[in-house]
Design a protein around this ligand. Structure first.
Ligand SMILES: [Zn+2]
Ligand SMILES: [Zn+2]
Length: 446
């Protein structure tokens, strides 16, 4: 332990030490209100003059409540058995108290901000942890919503007077998803594996959730498509780079071989074809020398502009800013994480393009040689679907447990889109390229 003379936490005369000792030995002590306030200011470094409104009078009950519910008390037996020193035990207690009280103050600040209906400078409250935990500019505090997926898609917040309320609205009617839509649906991951190729494609749509009065401000187009690149350890495998053209030509030969067996159902062929074309689409979107390297994780944005949802419980639109109800805002940034683990197609020395493995498929009678291994994952629920019907199992899961996605609004052109329509075309729409043309691929809802 470093010697920190500034801290009074090791002072055995301190109120904190007295209270802690009493808890540890089950002793009765009496502590005055002033002593507890000095604990808050000296040990926990709270500035009483800067406390949010309404918190000062509750400070002592809150302090005592946290002292009582500390999970560390369950190690009292270990402490009494001499497994660690009292000082060590005490320091853990102090750390917990500092953390809890600091968070509580931030929480009350946030609640105060939400309550302040006249404040147009309102800062949103993130309800899920942002990837960047240090970026709190966006929100006074960050908490995570942990709820069943269908609740997440039907959640709505509002206020009645000063009270915040949370409710579920009715789920939108389920629309059956095509394979393309499924692959671009939030929380869906697919893993494709054959003897020649193995890749994982994961939807990494980023969600910011917060409460606010106004819809999110329109945003800028982000210039960079790629957000993150990470090299994986290749465990002795050779790291290689393959051109888009070569991958595409290989996949053509592979699909032809599958078809020629006559043993693969048309629905399976469609599924495989779609997975491969989404993969090729990714390689094109990533746009690094028109190629893809193995053992490299690439996180990239499907859409250069984020989408938003702004849900209120009932009533008219607040375009004039007159509506003083709190809304539940979500910002979605559709992203894909792609990893090509290996591609080791052995090209044959023939005038036409041919590969050892695709030839093997053509002459095989066994489905376990012919069919690729396709598994899906719901990354929200952390569920794996393997085997021949993996796609159908995931679709059932989404239909029954997640329900339909609510429509979203482009933060640039402010138009509403059906998530199914966006997912069908890799979340692309024309607004960020040029003004919406008649050839808009996505049907607008409004
Ligand atoms: Zn799920
Ligand atoms: Zn747009």
């Amino acid at each position: 332990m470093g010697q920190n003379n500034e801290s009074t936490s090791t002072n055995k005369q301190s109120v904190a030490w007295k209270v802690f000792s009493a808890f540890v030995s089950d002793d009765q002590i009496s502590v005055t209100e002033d002593e507890l306030l000095s604990y808050a200011t000296n040990d926990l470094k709270l500035n009483l003059n800067e406390l949010p409104e309404g918190m000062r009078e509750d400070l002592i009950p809150i302090l005592l409540a946290y002292m009582n519910v500390w999970t560390g008390w369950k190690y009292k037996g270990d402490f009494l058995a001499g497994k660690f020193t009292k000082m060590h035990y005490f320091e853990r207690f102090q750390k917990y108290m500092c953390y809890k009280m600091k968070n509580t103050v931030q929480w009350v600040y946030a609640a105060g901000i939400v309550k302040d209906l006249d404040d147009q400078q309102i800062k949103p409250v993130i309800l899920n942890k942002s990837n960047n935990n240090t970026d709190l500019e966006f929100s006074p505090y960050a908490i995570e919503i942990q709820c069943p997926p269908d609740m997440l898609s039907t959640l709505v917040f509002s206020n009645i007077g000063d009270d915040l309320i949370m409710k579920q609205h009715r789920a939108a009617v389920w629309q059956d998803l095509s394979t393309t839509q499924l692959l671009n649906w939030p929380h869906v991951e697919v893993r494709f594996r054959t003897q020649d190729i193995c890749f994982v494609r994961r939807q990494e749509t980023e969600f910011f959730r917060y409460l606010n009065f106004l819809p999110p401000e329109s945003s800028q187009i982000s210039e960079s498509r790629i957000e993150h690149v990470e090299n994986l350890p290749s465990y002795g495998r050779q790291k290689d780079c393959y051109s888009y053209i070569f991958l595409k030509e290989y996949m053509k030969v592979y699909m032809k071989a599958l078809q020629s067996t006559g043993k693969v159902s048309s629905s399976k062929l469609e599924e495989i074809q779609t997975i491969l074309s989404q993969f090729l689409g990714d390689v094109k979107d990533i746009d690094v020398n028109n190629s893809m390297a193995t053992d490299t994780v690439v996180l990239f944005r499907l859409s250069p502009v984020p989408f938003s949802r702004n849900k209120k419980m009932a009533g008219k639109d607040d375009a004039e800013g007159k509506d003083e109800r709190v809304a539940f805002c979500e910002i979605l940034h559709p992203k894909i994480e792609l990893v090509l683990f290996y591609f080791r197609a052995e090209q044959k020395d023939t005038p036409t393009l041919g590969f050892t493995y695709t030839d093997k498929i053509e002459i095989s009678n066994r489905l376990n040689v012919i069919l690729p291994d396709i598994s899906y994952k719901c990354t929200y629920c952390k569920l794996d679907y393997k085997g021949r019907n993996s796609r159908e199992m995931l679709l059932d899961h989404l239909k029954n447990n997640h329900k339909m996605e609510e429509q979203v609004r482009c933060t640039l052109c402010n138009k509403y889109f059906n998530v199914g329509n966006l997912a069908a075309c890799r979340w692309q729409h024309k607004c960020h390229q040029h003004p919406p043309a008649e050839s808009e691929t996505v049907v607008e809802k409004e």
